[in-house]
Design a protein around this ligand. Structure first.
Ligand SMILES: O=C(CO)COP(=O)(O)O
Length: 257
């Protein structure tokens, strides 16, 4: 069965009340989306309510992170998975490289990210789990080692086979995020196919076949169509361009792919 493309807009820490309303309007007026596209946007938490209440029903909403505790409690600054579920949000993002690095604070480890992902899955949420290497790792020829044996291995250790049906893996090479440098279709395809083969071997061939592996890193409408023709690229996680009308064109770029 063909995998449906997943196109995610990660708004990161961007937006004012005014331009969030304007962006929602652009998306709402963006016309019909392709049948083979599923669309999710992840606004900053403070805008979740307004976006959820005003966005077109064929766009789902996601948080950008999730706490590792299932239940509400004394965790200042966190959103917990049961709270996100109760609020009616269906998706969460985990393991974004910006959270792994930590903005000058302690960053999130692969084990913590896997733990958070599992908690979210156990609460019935869908999870976009991000992985990806830095430029130094790529230049040292250690991309697959890091992405598979560290990032993916932590998920493998923590998730059960049934969990994978609600998982999307986002391969986001750090050197391509916000830099305007996109991985070439060949570079992205190489890593995506290695991830799928690894999942086939370590989890099961059926999970590998149905798993959506999406690409993130300077995706724009001008490169989306070509990336979408790669057999193992099942969509995008878009940062900068998801804040612009270009996001609608990125969604439409997967039409017929
Ligand atoms: O980090 C990203 C999405 O999560 C990608 O960001 P850019 O599209 O701005 O490179």
């Amino acid at each position: 069965m063909a995998r449906k493309f997943l196109i995610g807009g990660n708004w990161k820490c961007n937006g004012t009340r005014e331009n969030v309303a304007a962006l929602v309007e652009v998306l709402n007026e963006g016309g019909e989306f392709p049948d083979n596209a599923e669309v999710v946007v992840a606004p900053p938490s403070i805008f979740l309510q307004t976006v959820k209440d005003t966005i077109r029903p064929d766009i789902k909403v996601s948080t950008q992170n999730v706490g590792k505790n299932v239940r509400p409690g004394a965790y200042t600054g966190e959103l917990c998975a049961s709270m996100i579920k109760d609020f009616g949000v269906e998706w969460v993002i985990t393991g974004h490289s910006e959270r792994r690095v930590g903005f000058g604070c302690a960053g999130e480890s692969s084990d913590l990210i896997a733990e958070k992902s599992k908690v979210a899955l156990d609460c019935g949420l869908n999870v976009i789990m991000c992985i990806g290497e830095s430029l130094a790792v790529r230049e040292a020829n250690q991309t697959l080692e890091l992405v598979l044996e560290d990032h993916m291995a932590a998920f493998l250790k923590t998730l059960e086979e049934a969990d994978w049906s609600r998982v999307v893996v986002a391969y986001e090479p750090v050197w391509a995020i916000g830099t305007g440098v996109t991985a070439s279709p060949a570079q992205a395809q190489e890593v995506h196919s290695a991830i799928r083969a690894w999942v086939g071997e370590k989890v099961s061939p059926a999970v590998a076949e149905s798993l959506r592996i999406i690409y993130g890193g300077s995706v724009k409408s001008s490169n989306a169509a070509e990336l979408a023709t790669c057999p193992d690229i099942d969509g995008f996680l878009v940062g900068g361009a998801s804040l612009k009308p270009d996001f609608v064109d990125i969604i439409k770029a997967v039409e017929g792919k």
